[in-house]
Design a protein around this ligand. Structure first.
Ligand SMILES: [Cu+2]
Length: 121
């Protein structure tokens, strides 16, 4: 094997190893913490959630009765979920503060009270 060919093979091997380790790193990344959120007329459980700024979290949304929504512009949440299936919404809060997350699908007379206080620390 010529020197040039050896160097070329070594470079290709190094590149393959580097890309393999990048793939492995992302595959090994811990799964986001899952926060279960249950909706029913006219409340969410839990009514308050604490998150950490920069932490990726999956909100697993379920409804016990009718279709509900979950909306917060600052947190980037805009989801609708129906009976019979969980809906996952993954977010990474970028700002600290307290955010009011609302149901934005009309679900009855108490709909306006459906809120979650999300505290990002
Ligand atoms: Cu509602």
């Amino acid at each position: 094997m010529s020197i040039a060919r050896f160097v070329s093979c070594t470079a290709v091997t190094a590149a393959l190893l580097a890309s393999a380790s990048v793939r492995r790193a992302s595959a090994d990344a811990p799964a986001p913490r899952v926060v279960e959120v249950t909706a029913r007329r006219f409340e969410f459980t839990p009514a308050a959630i604490r998150l950490r700024k920069g932490e990726t979290v999956t909100l697993r949304l379920r409804t016990l009765d009718v279709r509900h929504g979950l909306f917060s512009r600052p947190l980037g949440i805009d989801a609708e979920f129906e009976p019979g299936a969980a809906r996952d919404v993954t977010i990474t809060p970028r700002e600290t503060g307290t955010f009011v997350v609302i149901c934005d699908r009309f679900c009855g007379s108490g709909h306006g009270n459906m809120k979650i206080a999300v505290v990002v620390e």
